[in-house]
Ligand binder design. Sequence first.
Ligand code: ADP
Length: 560
Amino acid sequence: MRKRILLVTLLVSVLGLVLLTLLFSGMSYSRSAQAASGQLSVLMDMYAADHISAPLSDETAQALSAEMGGTRVTFLLADGTPVGDSEVPAAQLSSHAGREEVQAALRQGEGTAVRRSATLGKELVYYCRYFSQQGVLEGGGAAEGFLVRFSGEASSFFGVFTQALPTLIWLLLLDLLICLFVAWIATSFILQPVERLTQAAATAGNKPVRTEYPELMPIAKMMNEMNAEIGAQMAKMQEDHRMEKLVLNSMEHGIVIFRSEQDVLLINKPAMRLLDYEKNEPIACFTQDGEIASILAAGEPATVNRRLGEREYSLRFTFGDRANVLLITDVTELMAAARSKNDFIANVTHEMNTPLTSIRGFAELIGAGAIPPEKLPSVADTIIRQSDRLSNLIRSIINFSAIDADDLPDYEVDLSEVLRETAVNFEPSLRQKDIAFTLEVEGSVKVLSRRERLVEIVNNLVSNGIRYNKEGGRLQVKLTGGEEPALSVSDTGIGISKENQSRIFDRFYTVDKSHNGAGGGFGLGLATVKKLCRRAGWKLSVESEEGVGTTFTIRFCKKK
Ligand code: ADP
């Protein structure tokens, strides 16, 4: 800006100076021409006074010229024919009728012209006057009216200009210096408010910038608007960034965006925690874990599972042009579910295998005729029992698996009534073991569920209470109502050890493996009860002491 102003000022001043010089040269030139023609006019007066009667010849012209200090003298007839000339013999000269000064003199008595003489090759000032009296010609004749022309050297415009040139150069240099100095001060003075405004805008922060100069007010206004817009954009970007960080850090997955193990672009808090990562350090597992190191070297998408602390995680690596991504996902439950599914299949296969082997064995023996006829009824009985056991197992498995698919709607079921009705079914088994049974039921306690689910629960708990009871023992079923109804089934049976209390709800878990299948027990009863309670949101608990007895309690909490 400053440079521009200086340059423009200099250009304008140089241009001005050159123009002034040209003007001055022009004026000097025209003044010198005027002065020269004035001098010639005075000489013409002298001629008119003293030499008018002299003959109009080359000789007279030469004598006059010598007298006038070298001024060229030309005598012309009224038609422009030269009859005497101090420089060139008149006979050699052509008619001067067309010359500007001659025409003017013929018109108005006298005429002046400045031009380059073709004869002498110089810039000349011509002054011509017309005399109406008779002029004496050289041969003795007379001319009716004649013209006398004086011409003297005039300085040319170029001459004047070249004369002025050295002065002009000096002036130019002086002008440059003065201009530079003045322009420097002027620009500083002019630019000061602009510089102050720029400085204020740079340091103002959120505050608006102000100026007392009306010319700068639109700029200040624009700056303030821009500042406000930039401020808003920055705030939005910061908010977006904050949100991104919040989302990334509150994710349960770990995310790492990296270019190499040394160059981590982004890592969220869960990933930092899981990978034990400190800022500006290489990620340890990237170099120390051989499998991961080879995945990184190959640069092909791959997944590995690793136990990080208490839980199991899947580490999924994907590779891009600009950056690579590691996604860490907690797969503990997924893996446990997969393992549990495998265990379940293994258990089912195992449980099925036992009766099937027995049935097949007996069938082969019968086929081979290896069973004596009197033992056939008892073998047939074993085959029937094993078949019953197999179908019991299949029913239990179907029953257990069906719970997951059961999405039938709940309704209010009178649990008191369900208990009273099902109790009747247990009477034979109770009697068989001589168990004293008490049923304490409060009026009508209603629970939001389905009748078949409640029957399933009651059947499992009560049949266990009979199965694992002692001969002549007691079994008490109690149902209390109120805000949170509760059902408890207490027996005075063999009890469950502390260690087993946490495992009895697992599928296919039986404390005493020897009784498996006896009376249909495959370790699915309590797992079914637990599953039903969990789905309904009820609390199932067990209290037991070995050799004393066991109490199972269900609290029917209302779903929130
Ligand atoms: P099962 O069909 O074998 O009875 P459950 O899932 O009902 O399977 O029970 C799992 C295990 O818990 C049983 O094998 C048994 O050892 C133990 N158990 C269940 N109920 C009682 C109880 N009332 N008293 C003692 N042990 C019990």
